[in-house]
Design a binder for this molecule. Structure first.
Ligand SMILES: NC(=O)c1ccc[n+]([C@@H]2O[C@H](COP(=O)([O-])OP(=O)(O)OC[C@H]3O[C@@H](n4cnc5c(N)ncnc54)[C@H](OP(=O)(O)O)[C@@H]3O)[C@@H](O)[C@H]2O)c1
Length: 238
């Protein structure tokens, strides 16, 4: 049986991916801060799920918990980092900006580095992170969220360059969703909000194909192309 960890599996995309992995005969380590939700998921298939509760911003504990989970699983082939946060912050409330940076930048880097070092030691493995189409451009409504996703996109490219040059059997996949119907997608006037099950099926397909970058769902790939080419002078007025 293949072994995977999903960091951020208590809800949304991470939970959907954990379930899909179990349906595909993986043993899956699931993490998040809300233990009761991890236990609820485990109760659906007690032999296939393994639990560790931790906050990814607590970087010392996070690395220890990943070690423990990997030992319980008996190894690791795939780690999916889905944990993340984001809020509308038109008022530039610094507490919101800090929470976003602590989670999506500091916590992200801690999990990503632990994973890459683990895979480098065993010389194989697949690291998948859920960034966002938001990382392609800035946002007046959620400046730190989009900036943190740009950091993730750039960091993942750096990791890919590192493993490619060493010709290791390590794969890095950057999943860039558009809007998905989860706790995170809040606010008025949202459009093309994709169902979680459709999104996770497309993500799983991209993981199986070991894609470097995947936009999900496909129609959001079109938006990504348009976003990239809007001139700055036009984007500033939007
Ligand atoms: N929904 C969208 O429209 C959308 C679009 C593009 C990208 N994304 C990205 O997709 C990823 C998953 O988000 P989602 O939409 O599935 O939202 P979600 O349902 O709110 O899930 C977020 C997950 O992250 C975990 N998490 C958050 N902060 C954490 C922390 N400090 N430590 C540990 N775990 C933490 C949460 O678990 P606990 O609360 O239990 O800790 C939860 O399992 C995020 O990285 C998000 O940026 C989402």
């Amino acid at each position: 049986m293949k072994k995977a960890i999903v960091v951020g599996a208590t809800s949304g995309i991470g939970k959907g991916l954990a379930k899909l992995l179990v349906e595909n005969d993986y043993k899956v380590g699931i993490t998040g801060r809300r233990t009761e939700l991890l236990e609820e998921l485990k109760s659906e298939n007690p032999d296939s799920y393994f639990i560790q509760t931790f906050d990814i911003t607590d970087t010392k504990t996070a690395a220890e918990k990943l070690e423990q989970l990997t030992t319980e699983l008996g190894g690791l082939d795939l780690l999916i980092l889905s944990a993340g946060t984001g809020d509308i912050n038109n008022e530039l409330d610094f507490e919101i900006e800090k929470r976003t940076i602590d989670t999506n930048v500091v916590g992200f880097t801690c999990i990503a580095d632990w994973t890459l070092k683990y895979f480098e030691k065993q010389n194989y493995g697949h690291f998948v992170a859920i960034s966002s189409i938001g990382g392609l451009r800035g946002s007046k409504h959620a400046p730190s969220y989009n900036a943190s996703k740009a950091y993730q996109i750039n960091y993942l490219e750096g990791m890919r360059q590192k493993v490619t040059q060493r010709k290791e059997q390590i794969f890095i996949t950057d999943i860039r969703p558009g809007l998905v119907d989860t706790e995170m997608a809040k606010g008025e006037g949202l459009f093309w909000v994709m169902p979680v099950d459709k999104t996770v099926r497309q993500i799983f397909k991209a993981i199986r194909k070991k894609r470097k970058i995947a936009y999900v769902t496909k129609r959001w790939g079109l938006i990504a192309t348009i976003l990239k080419f809007i001139p700055g002078s036009v984007y500033d007025r939007m």
